[in-house]
Design a protein around this ligand. Sequence first.
Ligand code: PLP
Length: 394
Amino acid sequence: MAELSAWQKELAAQLNALPSQRRRQLRSFAAGTGSSLEPQAPGATGLLDLASNDYLGLSQHPAVTAAASAELQRSGLGAGASRLVSGTRTAHTALESALATWLDRDQALLFPSGFQANLAAVSALADRHTLVLADRLIHHSLLAGVRSAGARLQRFRHNDLADLERRLAATRDHSPGRRLLVLSESLFSMEGTSPDVAGLTALCERFGAALVLDEAHALGVLGPGGRGLGMGHSTIALISGTLGKAFGSGGAFLAGDATTMAWMLQSSAAFRYTTALAPPLAAGALAALRWIQTEDHQGAAVGERLLQRAARWRQALVSAGWPRPAGVGPILPLLIGSDTRALALQQQLEHAGLLSVAIRPPTVPEGTARLRLVLRRDLPRGTLERLIKALGAP
Ligand SMILES: Cc1ncc(COP(=O)(O)O)c(C=O)c1O
């Protein structure tokens, strides 16, 4: 093997210093039918998916895959260029217009990923003179946006509006004209918790702060007809949504008022300097949106049914002696504490045919490793009983 250069030696030393329970590993799965996954390893058997964000099981829904296949035949696989060059297809504009109407916003713009959309959202609304007030537990992509904008950052306690209010008031006292941006999520992906969105928007209005609400995990599941917790709060500057979770596709979007979105189109490097979202993903996401809307019109909002099931799961976990997972949505983090114990529980569930992933620092704060249990619509009957049995005594 070739001798390592000085910088490679530094990286190798950093790698060696990582404790084994903190090492990330890639595992490969083949999608089985419905909610099952087939680990691609010798001797491994199928697992029920209690880990992904495919909450509605739409990644394999026939209407969604058929729409993506039809677009693949029509447009090919990739768009071949940025949206502002020759990459815009009718699949993009149709989806953008449907998303804007669904969420009652003036306009939506697609991005290749939620990470990029969040980066773009913050970069569009903040510059180095801006103070950004972010919930302590927001997604890394929003923090990357703050860094890229060169803005000043303060973090308020998780979902604590009194803390946010104190900080907003203090800033307005010192700098009445300063641009303020508040960042939060409507369903925190590792916590399962949600903020009081009405309270959040009221505070932002009172102090003249722009609000970006990341609805990555909420759309399709929370709010009226799955339209998120920002629905009906027209003063939210930007809604960020990803299509890779409940929509079962990939890519993401930002939605907002005409002025903010016009500014985004003119100014966003993250929108301009990237190849457009693959058209089959856009077509699949539109079919997923139509499916969610149809279910809603038939009075059977899928999100609500998922929440009822989540309530039963939370209750059963508590009855079995486990701490109640926070929140009400389909993300049920079982707080464990130590990395080693969380990993051991992950293994224990796998032996019982269930896949749930131990989430460890630095993704979550030190000492709060957890098993992230995720409910999806198409889990077979009896999954809860299997889970409780597999978890055993706390
Ligand atoms: C809260 C939140 N925002 C944004 C993202 C990024 O979305 P995407 O997977 O589309 O890049 C994620 C996904 O990990 C997320 O959990």
